[in-house]
Structures are given as C-alpha cells and as structure tokens.
Design a binder for this molecule. Structure first.
Ligand code: 5AD
Ligand code: FES
Length: 353
C-alpha cells in the first residue's frame, strides 16, 4: 500500500485523520489517490442511501440581514443589495408548487431579519406543517436565543441549518465583525441539537485566510458535534463585499472535502450545493460522485431570485421551480442516480439495517 492508500484506509476504518494526512489528501497530485478517495466516499454514501438523491425545496424568503459578515452579499453594509421579503402567502404558494413537484422538505432560508419575529416564524412553520403534514421544514435563519429555537421546534420545525463557517477563533474573527463570535455560534449549534433538531453545520471551502490547520479544526469540530447534515461549498467572491477581490475556493478542494466528510460520517446528509454548481457547470454532479447525497433546487419566486445574491454569478436565477426540479432530475439521471419524493430524514447508524 502507498502512503496515500494507507491514509484512505485509516479514514475509512477509524473515521479519523491527522493534520498531516489531511494536508496530503488535499494537496496530492496523484490522480489515482484522488480517484480512490472519491470512489470510496461514493460507495460509503451508497451503502447508506443507495443511489437515491434527496431534494430540498429552498425558499429564500428575506434578504434583509442585521449582520455584516465580510464574505456575504446580503450583509447589512451592502447598499447595492436590493432588499425584499416574501409574504406568508407567497411562501405558502412556493410550498404548494414545490409539493406538486415532489418536494417533501422545504428549507426556509433568510438573512437575520428582525422583521420576522419568533411569532411570525412560528406562524409560518405551523402553517406549512398544517398544509403539508407529510413534509419536513428546515429553518436556516441564523443565530437566535435558545428559547426561540425551542419555540420554532414546538411549532413543528424539524431541521435547522447553521453553518459554523470556521471552527478556528482567529479565523472566525477575520471573516466576521467583532459583534459576532464563534462561541455564540457553537452555543447555537449545541442548543439546536439538544432541542432535538436534525442539525446542520458547515463551512465555505477556500474562504480568505483558511489553512489546512483551520480545516482540520473544522473536521474535529464536526466530529465532536455529530451533526445530521454538513453544508459545504466553495467561497465565491461577491463584488460589493470587503472580500470582493479575493480568490474563490476551488472545485477540486471542495470535492475532496466532501469525500473526507463522507468517509468520516457515512450517514451524514451532505448536499452538493448551488455554490458548487456555480463554479463548474457539472459541479453538483461531481459532488454526488464524491459522496454527496442531497441537492437543494430553488423554489423562490423568479421575481426575487436575482436579489438573493450571497455571491456573484449564482446559477438558476432565471429558472422557474419546475425547470430546476426537472433539470436536477436529468442531471442526477445522467450519472446513474435517482431523485426521490421523500422527506429524506437523517438515518442514524442504529436504524440502519
Ligand atoms: N460564497 C460562498 N458561500 C457563501 N455564503 C455566504 N456568502 C458566501 C460566498 N460569498 C454561505 C455561508 C452561509 C450560507 C448561507 O452561504 O456559508 O452560511
Ligand atoms: Fe436550476 Fe438546473 S437546477 S436550472
């Protein structure tokens, strides 16, 4: 066995690796090693989820945000962002269209918008659950108090996505203004898990100042938290942000990290993200072939799509929900996978046959 093969074996059996091993897998130019890494991750995903791909209908319901993250296009400091909010009626219309298209999970994502009080969010969640009791609702609306998370959960929310962005305190400080802290972010993630959400964390690949060491901390944090979902995608500069002139994360690095995450946790729900589809026309397909098992087509009304610009050149901004849904089905079929009509819940190891 070569040194690289040993690392992959180690990762497969121990679900662990060292900083040196991580660095080797991320930087090796040996194509055989890289192919082996991706093939092992693909097989690990198939052993739990088969060749079924879960779809989530993403509804970007507000791009108002009180935060000022340096990387994000909807940061409060971006005066160029044209702000919008969807009404409850518009959101329910998106869900109705999505339900007809076979979506059984709706992801409500937005900036941290104080207009959407806990009461409004709870009302929204319970309205969706009342109309579609067989669907899961995922929230992705940022950092809140524990009591708020509890209230959304009691209203029927099933899952919560909150990327930790980086598990390194110094790195976190370089991506966010002082008013935000890694400590609070981690507090949120632990609260979410304790309350009973299927919880997702994650990070951008190739964000400014990221190093192998900070990535290693991300992997260790994820291992310790034990999330049901991990969202990763390349950092892509947005021209009206402080990081507008930085370089984007790469396709290859993102794919390798997807494979590593899959091997570390064969059961985790791992999306091939829109950002991955943005940096390469077949990025999402390659993500699936590297171990991802979820895709999140956009259900937001076309009238607002252009405005939810976290980064430049985002794909699908002109496409109707149905177009994205069928485009995704074709894309998955082209690589031998099948999009399924299913809530697509996390399958922890104990329940696995
Ligand atoms: N490039 C890539 N991903 C981004 N996000 C925010 N801004 C960018 C960007 N410029 C990601 C963050 C956030 C998620 C909703 O989108 O990781 O958690
Ligand atoms: Fe949106 Fe292909 S997924 S157009």
């Amino acid at each position: 066995m070569t040194h690289e093969e040993k690392i992959i074996e180690h990762l497969k059996t121990e679900k662990m690796l060292s900083v040196g091993e991580l660095d080797c897998l991320l930087t090796t130019e040996d194509t055989e090693t890289v192919e082996k890494l991706k093939a092992e991750a693909r097989m690990a995903a198939q052993s739990v989820y088969g060749k079924q791909i879960y779809i989530r209908g993403l509804i970007e319901f507000t791009n108002y945000c009180k935060n000022d993250c340096y990387y994000c296009g909807i940061r409060r400091g971006n005066a160029c962002a044209e702000r919008y909010r969807l009404t409850e009626e518009q959101i329910l219309t998106c869900c109705a269209a999505g339900y007809e298209l076979g979506f059984r999970t709706f992801v409500l994502q937005g900036g941290e918008d104080p207009y959407f009080t806990d009461e409004k969010i709870c009302g929204l969640v319970s309205a969706i659950k009342r109309a579609y009791p067989d669907c899961a609702v995922t929230l992705s609306i940022g950092e809140k108090e524990r009591a708020s998370y509890q209230a959304y959960f009691d209203a029927g929310a099933d899952r919560y996505l909150l990327r930790h962005e980086t598990a390194d305190t110094v790195h976190y400080g370089k991506l966010h203004p002082e008013e935000m802290s890694l400590k609070n972010r981690m507090r949120c993630l632990r609260d979410l898990k304790e309350i009973g959400y299927q919880t997702g964390c994650g990070f951008m690949v190739g964000s400014p100042y990221q190093t192998t060491e900070t990535l290693y901390e991300d992997l260790m944090f994820i291992k310790e938290l034990g999330p049901a979902m991990v969202g990763i995608g390349p950092f892509i500069p947005q021209k009206d942000t402080p990081f507008g002139g930085e370089t984007a994360g790469t396709l290859e690095m993102t794919l390798r990290l997807l494979s590593i995450l899959r091997l570390m946790n064969p059961h985790v729900l791992l999306p091939a993200t829109t950002a991955l589809g943005t940096i390469h026309p077949q990025g999402r397909e390659m993500g699936i072939l590297s171990g991802a098992n979820v895709v999140m087509p956009n259900l937001s009304p076309v009238s607002v799509r252009e405005k939810y610009k976290l980064y430049d050149n985002k794909i699908c901004t002109g496409d109707e929900a149905a177009e994205c849904r069928f485009c995704m089905q074709r894309r998955m079929e082209s690589i031998g996978y099948e999009v399924v009509t299913d809530r697509g819940d996390y399958r922890p190891a104990v329940y696995n046959k």
